[in-house]
Design a protein around this ligand. Sequence first.
Ligand SMILES: [Zn+2]
Length: 75
Amino acid sequence: MATCQNCNYKWTKKSIWKLGFSKNGAICTNCGQKQFISFETKILMTLVDLLPIVGVVALFLYPWYVKLSNFEEGK
Ligand SMILES: [Zn+2]
């Protein structure tokens, strides 16, 4: 499960989903630090886009494999 890179707080599935739909990152509910989806997760999500069958499974597992970052990466 994704943890905040600033305070190591474990994000709830709901917060992670919110972050997934936000291009500008999301605030950690524990420390207030803005977190972004890490570059490697973005690459993974791009691969998922190319393989729709994998995508359905990946979408379901998304809160478990997503990693957070203190910075907006790979812009
Ligand atoms: Zn935090």
